[in-house]
Design a protein around this ligand. Structure first.
Ligand code: ADP
Length: 492
């Protein structure tokens, strides 16, 4: 049985901890993939110290040289794409097609970031004074902590690690407890790509001990976190309280608005993909369909028909369209929300229970579930479920649709289905989300385009795209006076 090791100061070492967590295949709980030992606080401190010691040399390594290592990593990720996709499916449960998509996104991000290493430019600025000018330099923070969830255990670490490295930071990476195998492979590939010792450190442990230790360590100057709103807000307070930088990407409750002139089949297929793809475990998943009354019956009937036909199963089977919930805790949370939806008076049209076909008995499978006649006050319309549950909210027209769509504490992504250009532009103007899609699902994103949300979804600079570098760098301003004499004027 594999016991996953930590990677500290360029060495793979087994934790001395007695506390363990098993890495279990959520499609078949008899398939135990490995064991992680939950690292101790002392081991977490060692990882931070290793990153601290490596910082000066890494900062002094030219950015294009840093970029070459990230480029090599991108190539290795490509060479190992199929192997990593299979590991990802086995430990997280998503379908192989989804895993391959996640791997491709990660390759794209790493390639893009490698290129950014040759563009880590500042600006030159005209001065008010003669024979003076100013310029800016982008500098790294020092040690950066990267704390990630289980739902995109390759892409999210890569979209944080790659820009952090290019910017010249050293890293302590703490992945979610239940997806260690992909985290280990990412670090092995960086090692193979030639990352100097101590520049990237992996520590496998619990959030409450290891996560807490690194978040509060004074040598950690910035923290990039993706996960729940509850933990994100807690971290934000703690870390901001000691003056370090924080970036949190948290929950979502993403709406799709469907207008009466929409291409209905396209809207239905996109909603189904957005709601049930990755078993609803994407932060960009579609969880609310806000539909105008005139077409609501037809829309709902088609969504239900499609949901009933979803092929549920082990993601490793190429025919599977939807895999299991990631673990027992998530499985129970989803079933609890289904009960809440019923109790709150929403009309459940399909799903609502464990999926029970042959071959599914040992996995955390839930039927795709559709609730109709949901109102914004209901908990299933407000709280993130992170499972295959869609809430349909019926509205009279566009104005009411916008009120419902924006009635959320979250603001990650959204979409609208209509062919009316006026409504499209009004929607873009009025919707309170960090990203929005026109006539396409709420999900998806590209490596070179910023990613992130507003309201309670996102705190701090946007991830991905060139904007990713903003979080991982500080700007130093340099004033140059080449008059060679005492300054006159401009004495402020
Ligand atoms: P999820 O619901 O996706 O598991 P969490 O917010 O619980 O989201 O976890 C996201 C990441 O944050 C995980 O790596 C987890 O171990 C870590 N984490 C949880 N609690 C803390 C904490 N108190 N301090 C730092 N990290 C934490």
């Amino acid at each position: 049985m594999t016991v996953y090791h930590n990677f500290t100061n360029g060495e793979w070492t087994e934790s001395a901890s007695e506390k363990t967590v098993r890495n279990i295949n959520p499609a078949n709980t008899n398939d135990i993939i490995g064991t992680i030992k939950l690292a101790t606080r002392e081991e977490a401190r060692d990882a931070v110290e290793s990153a601290y010691d490596a910082f000066r040399d890494w900062k002094n390594t030219p950015a294009p040289t840093r970029g070459k290592i990230v480029a090599k990593f991108a190539r290795l990720l490509e060479d190992n794409k199929e192997e990593l996709s299979k590991i990802l499916t086995r430990e997280e449960g998503k379908t192989l097609a989804e895993s391959r998509g996640e791997l491709q996104r990660s390759i794209n991000v790493a390639e893009f970031c490698a290129g950014e290493a040759r563009r880590l430019n500042g600006e030159t600025i005209q001065s008010e004074l003669p024979a003076n000018f100013a310029y800016t330099i982008k500098e790294p923070h020092g040690v950066v902590a990267i704390i990630t969830p289980w739902n995109f255990p390759v892409a999210i670490p890569v979209w944080k690690i790659a820009p952090a490295l290019v910017a010249g930071n050293t890293i302590v990476f703490k992945p979610a407890e239940i997806t260690p195998a992909t985290a280990v492979r990412i670090c092995e590939l960086f090692e193979e790509a030639g990352i100097p010792k101590g520049v990237l450190n992996l520590i496998l442990g619990s959030g409450s001990e290891v996560g807490d230790e690194i978040a509060n360590h004074p040598a950690v100057k910035a923290i990039s976190f993706t996960g729940s709103t509850e933990i994100g807000l807690k971290l934000y307070k703690q870390v901001a309280g000691r003056g370090a930088k924080v970036q949190c990407e948290m929950g979502g409750k993403n709406p799709v608005v469907v207008m009466e002139d929409a291409d209905l089949d396209l809207a239905v297929e996109s909603t189904v993909q957005g709601a049930f793809g990755s078993t609803g475990q994407r932060c960009t998943a579609t969880s609310r369909a806000v539909v105008v009354d005139k077409i609501a019956d037809e829309f709902v009937q088609k969504v239900v028909e499609r949901a009933k036909k979803m092929r549920i199963g082990d993601g490793a089977d190429e025919h599977t369209e939807m895999g299991p919930s990631v673990d027992e805790k998530q499985f129970k949370t989803v079933l609890k929300y289904i009960d809440i939806g019923r109790e709150d008076g929403a009309e459940m049209l399909t799903g609502g229970k464990r999926a029970e076909a042959d071959g599914l008995e040992n996995g955390y499978f839930i039927e795709p579930t559709v609730f109709d006649k949901v109102t914004s006050e209901m908990r299933i319309a407000q709280e993130e479920i992170f499972g295959p549950v869609l809430s349909v909210i019926r509205v009279k027209g566009f104005d009411e649709a916008m009120i419902a769509a924006n009635d959320s504490q979250y603001g990650l992504t959204s979409s609208i289905f209509t062919n009316d250009p006026n409504l499209i532009f009004r929607f873009v103007h009025e919707i309170e989300t960090g990203m929005t899609h026109i006539n396409s699902p709420t999900t998806g994103g590209e490596a070179h385009i910023p990613f992130g949300g507003v309201k309670l979804t996102g705190i701090g600079a946007r991830e991905q795209g060139s904007t990713a570098l903003d979080f991982y760098t500080e700007i130093k301003v340099v004033y140059v006076d080449y008059t060679g004499r005492k300054r006159e004027g401009n004495l402020y």
